[in-house]
Design a protein around this ligand. Structure first.
Ligand code: ZN
Length: 365
């Protein structure tokens, strides 16, 4: 028994520390969530009621049901190309990697002026590259980037705005992998090269500011828009979603890096790779998805539909070839039989020439 443990004052202090530690742990447990397991997405609504709401994100965008709105203007990023000489902070928060953005970056083309706050990513795994949260006609992509903005016309900061119906605007960008031999996407390389610096939860690194505009697709006039929510707890239904139609390509090695170097665990814990940080598509319910462009449905077939169409076409061609072969074979067989029949008939019949000649001769006589 140590001298200290016999001291009443020390015991009181020790109890106070234990109580504080326990309450802090309880509050961490109450706010912790995961994608799978006990704290998984099926149970988010038990702790975060908004996650059980009727206007949740992400969704599967069914292009046959979207409503074309010709009044939707192109999205205009202001200050995205010139973020100044500030540093961005890249952070692993245990659920994703978050890049803080400059407040000099704004969006036009939405009902209010929205100021950029941060961007982050969602991705799958090397064995299951279902990394996008939104889907288009059931089609998913290897990763999706979200650039989060708050309504700076009505609210003072993102905390003030995050629970308001018109509080947030998020841009959704699908990321695709190019063939393995293709070079890296240099714009994404500007922050992907720092991913190893934030491998573990809680780690941060300052990186030189760069053009966030270069992370965007070229066609900012073609997008889907709908009212939804944060795709992670607390799932506030405060987001005007703008999901771009055009995908952005990164290299296969950049995608592989995203899938393999980030951990949801802290550096002192047993390492747990952060993969599949993707929420399942949520019911659309009574909401309308608008499009800023005429959607070409021919381009929106899923891989399964394309496979079914290709298979049906091949089977159809095989069937037509089979019928043609059968008809040709039957016709040539019939011809052959006719020829053979005539030949055998000619062989058994007495020659008609002389008889006719006899008959003619007799007539003449
Ligand atoms: Zn997100």
């Amino acid at each position: 028994m140590s001298v200290l443990s016999t001291c009443p004052f020390y015991r009181i202090l020790q109890c106070a520390v234990l109580i504080l530690t326990a309450s802090q742990h309880m509050s961490e447990s109450a706010s912790s969530w995961t994608y799978l397991g006990n704290g998984g997405q099926e149970n988010w609504k038990e702790v975060f009621p908004d996650c059980g709401g009727t206007a949740q994100s992400p969704i599967n965008i069914q292009t046959a049901n979207v409503s074309y709105d010709e009044s939707l203007p192109p999205i205009q990023p202001i200050g995205y190309s010139n973020p100044g000489t500030d540093y961005f902070t890249l952070r692993n928060n245990g659920h994703t990697v978050v890049l803080s953005l400059s407040s000099s970056m704004h969006l036009r083309g939405l009902p209010y002026n929205f100021t950029a706050a941060q961007l982050h990513l969602h991705w799958g795994s090397t064995s299951l590259p279902i990394g996008s949260e939104h889907r288009i006609d059931g089609e998913f992509y290897p990763a999706e980037m979200h650039i989060v903005h708050y309504n700076s016309e009505k609210y003072t900061d993102i905390n003030d705005a995050k629970n308001m119906p018109d509080g947030l605007a998020v841009l959704g960008i699908f990321l695709e992998a190019m063939p393995s031999s293709a070079a890296d996407n240099p714009a994404y390389g500007k922050f992907f090269k720092y991913l190893e610096n934030v491998s573990y939860a809680g780690q941060t690194v300052a990186i030189p500011a760069f053009s966030v505009h270069s992370l965007l697709p070229d066609h900012l006039d073609q997008y889907f828009q709908y009212k939804g929510s944060l795709t992670t707890p607390p799932c506030h239904q405060s987001v005007t979603w703008t999901v771009f139609h055009e995908k952005v390509q990164i290299s296969a090695s950049q995608l592989d890096k995203l899938q393999t170097v980030i951990y949801s665990s802290r550096s002192v814990d047993v390492p747990v790779l952060l993969q599949n940080n993707v929420r399942e598509p949520q019911p659309l319910n009574q909401r309308t998805v608008y499009s800023s462009f005429h959607v070409a449905h021919a381009e929106s077939f899923s891989k399964g539909q394309i496979f079914a169409i290709a298979l049906g076409t091949i089977l159809g061609l095989v069937a037509i070839l089979g019928i043609v072969f059968f008809v040709v074979r039957t016709y040539s067989k019939k011809n052959r039989m006719d020829v053979e029949g005539k030949t055998s008939e000619a062989a058994t019949k007495p020659p008609s020439g002389p008889a006719e000649q006899v008959e003619v001769k007799s007539f003449q006589a």
